[in-house]
Design a protein around this ligand. Structure first.
Ligand code: MTE
Length: 315
């Protein structure tokens, strides 16, 4: 997460088709500027990638009336450093990533540790669609129809012990399929964390699908997190391990740049990133910037988690 790609300044019509999108993004690269986190200046966007149609979604907008971001953008403009730092290149590099067999390990400070195959997880927990805003720390955002189930269901079933204070999430480590994991700049595997009460909040969603279909590899299939009141980097992809722990986990981004990325990472328009403002964002598919909402518009559901905390110190 260190620079913003040229496509962050790409106008709406470029998202209409993948091919057009890729072609035009290449042209815009010359005009790119180094700015943000979670991204990089795209050098050579990958052409092609699988063409997949969206499935049925129940809604067309979020609860604020904001329209869904296009399927092409949701599945063609991704941050996934295990593959590449180029957002437009992830889909193609990830298309042969093996999402089966897949086992999730739930352990640490729990009474009922378990290893669950993804198929059993899907059977055990009924899936629901939730339309969430997704705000990247780089200053762009989307509205995405995820399918999944509340993380708290899984956690309750595992029975955290009294010592458990945090939840640590770990992504898969598979350098043979994930070329980005050869990069020495990051401490692989990708790790994220939540305080236990944050993880128990009903908004925290374990995602298995996008746009009414099983999730595609580029979106973190077969299992990723969506924590919509936090910057996108907290929403870890390709999860293989969930551990209950008593000390605050160090995430990949905290290890990489501790002065820029904190543990909490709540969306907060009043606290700028050290290198740019967080007051506004560019909704992918829109031309002008819009104001960023505290907690990404989910304050009613989550602000109470932070009562009495200094949200500037705990960025
Ligand atoms: N998870 C893993 N394992 N690796 C990553 O590079 N990127 C994060 C997050 N989860 C990332 C990850 C960032 S910076 C963002 S903004 C979101 O995934 C992007 O999710 P999307 O590509 O589905 O929009």
């Amino acid at each position: 997460m260190d620079t913003i790609s040229a496509s962050d300044i790409t106008p709406e019509h470029l998202f209409r088709s993948r091919r057009e999108f890729v072609r035009n993004t290449s042209a815009l690269i010359l005009g790119s500027f180094a700015l943000a986190a979670c991204g990089s200046i795209a050098s050579q966007p990958a052409a092609g990638g699988a063409t997949v149609a969206p499935g049925q979604t129940k809604g067309t907008a979020d609860e604020l009336g904001d329209a869904l971001t296009s399927f092409d953008a949701v599945t063609g403009y991704n941050n996934y450093y295990e593959f590449t730092t180029t957002k437009e290149g992830v889909a193609e590099l990830a298309q042969n990533f093996k999402t089966t067999p897949w086992t999730l390990e739930v352990g640490g400070m729990v009474n009922k540790p378990q290893k669950i195959a993804i198929e059993d997880l899907l059977k055990r927990y009924p899936q629901e669609e939730r339309i969430y805003r997704h705000r990247c720390v780089e200053g762009w955002s989307m509205v995405i129809p995820w399918t999944g189930f509340a993380l708290n269901k899984l956690l309750k079933d595992a029975e955290p012990t009294a010592q458990a204070k945090y939840v640590r999430f770990e992504s898969v480590m598979r350098p043979s399929e994930m070329p980005g994991q050869s990069s020495p700049w990051y401490t692989w595997p990708y790790v994220e964390g939540l305080r236990l009460d944050e993880a128990m909040n009903d908004l925290a969603l374990l995602v298995t699908g996008v746009y009414g279909k099983p999730a595609l590899p580029q979106n973190g299939a077969p299992l990723r997190l969506a924590v919509p009141w936090k910057y996108g980097f907290k929403s870890i992809k390709a999860i293989v391990k969930i551990e209950l722990v008593d000390t605050q986990p160090t995430s990949l981004w905290m290890a990489a740049a501790p002065n820029e990325y904190g543990f909490y990472a709540n969306v907060n328009p009043d606290v700028p990133h050290p290198r740019w403002s967080q007051a506004t964002e560019r909704r992918i598919g829109e031309l002008s910037r819009r104001k960023t909402l505290p907690f990404n518009g989910y304050a009613e559901q989550v602000a109470k988690l932070y009562d009495g905390m200094d949200l500037r110190a705990n960025y």
